[in-house]
Ligand binder design. Sequence first.
Ligand SMILES: [Ca+2]
Length: 475
Amino acid sequence: MPLLRLLLLAVVIGAGAVSAAESRPNVLLVLLDDSGWTDFGCYGSQIDTPRIDQAAREGMRFTDCHSAAPNCSPSRTGLLTGRTPSRVGMYSYRPPDHPMHLPTREVTLAEILKGQGYHTGHFGKWHCSTLLDADQPSPQDQGFDYTLGTDNNAAPNHLNPVNFIRNGEPVEKTEGYSCQVVVEECMSWLDSIGAGQSADPFFACVWYHEPHTPIASPPELVEKYQSQFPDLSQKHAAYYANIENVDIATGKLLDKLKTLGIDDDTLVFITSDNGGLHSFSNARLRGKKSNVWEGGHRVPGIFRWPGHIAAGTINDTPISGVDFLPTVCDIAGADYPAGVGLDGVSLADLFAGNADRVERERPLYWFFYRLNPSLAIRDGKWSLIADTNDAQRPKSHGLTAEDMPHIKASRPEKFLLFDLSEDLAQKHDVSAAHPEVFAEMQRKAVELHAEVVAEGPRWEIKDYQGGKKKVWDSY
Ligand SMILES: [Ca+2]
């Protein structure tokens, strides 16, 4: 072989080896439960979150980051599939033992990364199926090798929870605060798979139960906030302490990456599954958890990957939980799931500094059928809010059999248009001042909603009654 060709080959092999190693970073997804966009110091909160703030300083902090839905189960579904949750059939909150779940046929990010040779672990709240129901897919069925966590909330609260399940087996006794327990388990798992030494990377989901109610927080932290802010209620002091406890746990996890020497090889994403319940958690926004107003789904969004994402950057691009799967696929060199429409787009070019905006074929979209308004789309600075034609029908807290045909036949109506660049609080409907934008946004909302509900599965709901019915209004 001529020398030049040999040299070229060596260069190509060398480049390939480097990019293969670089293109399979570890991925750590840290998810809070019900934390709004202003619960961390770096987003203006008075709660002490030094470790999360440090992660933000070392990475890219998004100010316009959204959960895929304004509620737990659908939002988690969006993160794992890159698809808008109603398209997958997660139309709503998932009550215990409910037939609605993340279907087996969906390709999750854990399955994709497992196919790329990743170790996969899930720690904390799952809420995508019933864990001990053989008829529903477990996290293992969705691509996770190792799991410790719960169906839904930690019970009776975050301290010494009694309902943890490890790899399909109920755990007899769990001691400590839930966030610390799941982080300790994740760190042991990292040791067990030889993280830092193994050639194979990992994908770890650390999905805290905090700060979802019922909360329990270390008393010394509660006292600290009570003395620091004498006017703060006991309930709010406990909430502040809850967030700080999560920050301490997250700090341990980040220290572990450093100890293992994999800090630069790990993409970390810190976010929440929906907006908060308290007004201080959703500062300057309209609405709260479960609403399609900004307060229901604008969440913290911090990406950290030293050496690959410029430190100390603040980005105001609108992004969503559905972007996580395509982003990680791009970075890990994995193919997108075949034959399914993704709603998210890759953020890899934003990270690399190759773009300052992302191009979307479809606007961002949120649908939560129980609440009025029930639908929102977002295109640039424009936010369109709508009811569906089903708005005035009384509904139960969870999805019932009679809801299914109504969801399938639903269409948006009663539209409002907001310019978020001028009116983040969504107080002033500007539809009359911008008739062309308004018409175009309505057209997009109607088209996208029709497509989503046509694709979403129809659940057979036999036993679940749903309880008291009412019209759920958030205007
Ligand atoms: Ca939640």
